[in-house]
Design a protein around this ligand. Structure first.
Ligand code: F3S
Length: 62
């Protein structure tokens, strides 16, 4: 699985980082950054949850 965050949609809610800090972090200006675009298998479920729960629908898995 791969994951991306749409910078134009992210508003820094931080749900993704709370759910899966191994994959998502917040940048110094408060927006999500993806630490591991190629998601390790053990974090796939947490990333799927983040995709569903991001209030801005900014996260995409492929
Ligand atoms: Fe941004 Fe959504 Fe995460 S708004 S900080 S990608 S929960």
């Amino acid at each position: 699985m791969k994951v991306t965050v749409d910078e134009d949609r992210c508003r820094g809610h931080g749900v993704c980082c709370a759910l899966c800090p191994e994959v998502f972090d917040l940048s110094d200006d408060g927006y999500a950054v993806v630490l591991t675009p190629e998601v390790p298998a053990e974090f796939e479920e947490a990333v799927r949850t983040a995709v569903r729960q991001c209030p801005e629908r900014a996260i995409t898995e492929t």
